[in-house]
Design a protein around this ligand. Structure first.
Ligand code: AMP
Length: 216
């Protein structure tokens, strides 16, 4: 059973590797960032609540985020595994996740931690382009779309994320450092973490992830 979390600082490659993992292992991709962005574009109540936090690069409050994940993880399609991407991001979220998954018998089996030095992140973030429709992400140099500026999957014109500015990145890195990084120790204690060098090529990172999963 693959009940997985992928973590790492913004720009470490979580979205890119998530696409590969869910395709290879046929499990749902639960990205809180994607869920928030979808809610914002649909102008739902959740979107209205989350929008200002996301734009500035701050974390959305725990009670909103935890409620969203609780609902999603309890759905039927998560019974044979899942991949959480971008959640948990705080100790409180990790504790809530531990309680919830225990309660519903879907406990986390592995935490993939993509390790990247901060210097390489700014370049990756500024060259990132995303599809506003299907959420696929590209990089102007290392992961180009087949046709410039167009999503390979759904042919939608690509955009730059609103929080992929250097100013929002500073806030996001600060949130990562203060609130998310302590989760590494949390999951080390639970013996669940696998550190993977996120600075390798996309294929090499994925190959390391597969090895980690097959060792499970
Ligand atoms: P991501 O797509 O994972 O980079 O997330 C984009 C933004 O969504 C983050 O900078 C936060 O503002 C918000 N967000 C996503 N996941 C969480 C979370 N688990 N807790 C709080 N805020 C989150």
């Amino acid at each position: 059973m693959h009940n997985l979390i992928i973590m790492g600082p913004p720009g470490a490659g979580k979205g890119t590797q998530s696409e590969k993992i869910v395709a290879a292992y046929n499990i749902p991709h639960i990205s809180t960032g994607d869920m928030f962005r979808e809610a914002i574009s649909k102008k739902t109540e959740l979107g209205t609540k989350a929008e200002s936090y996301i734009k500035s690069g701050a974390l959305v409050p725990d009670e909103i985020t935890i409620g969203l994940v609780k609902e999603r993880l309890s759905m039927d399609d998560c019974k044979n595994g899942y991949l959480l991407d971008g959640f948990p991001r705080t100790i409180l979220q990790a504790e809530a996740l531990r309680d919830l998954t225990k309660e519903i018998g879907r406990e986390v089996t592995l935490v993939i931690n993509l390790v990247c030095d901060y210097e390489s992140l700014a370049g990756r973030i500024s060259q990132r382009r995303v599809c506003p429709k299907c959420g696929a992400s590209y990089h102007l140099v290392t992961k180009k779309p087949e046709v410039e500026g167009i999503c390979d999957n759904c042919k939608t014109p690509l955009i730059q994320r609103e929080d992929d500015t250097m100013e929002a990145l500073k806030t996001r890195l600060n949130a990562y450092e203060m609130k998310t990084k302590p989760l590494i120790e949390f999951y080390e204690k639970e013996n669940l973490i696998k550190n993977i060098d996120g600075l390798q090529s996309i294929d090499d990172v994925f190959s390391d992830i597969k090895k980690a999963l097959e060792g499970k």
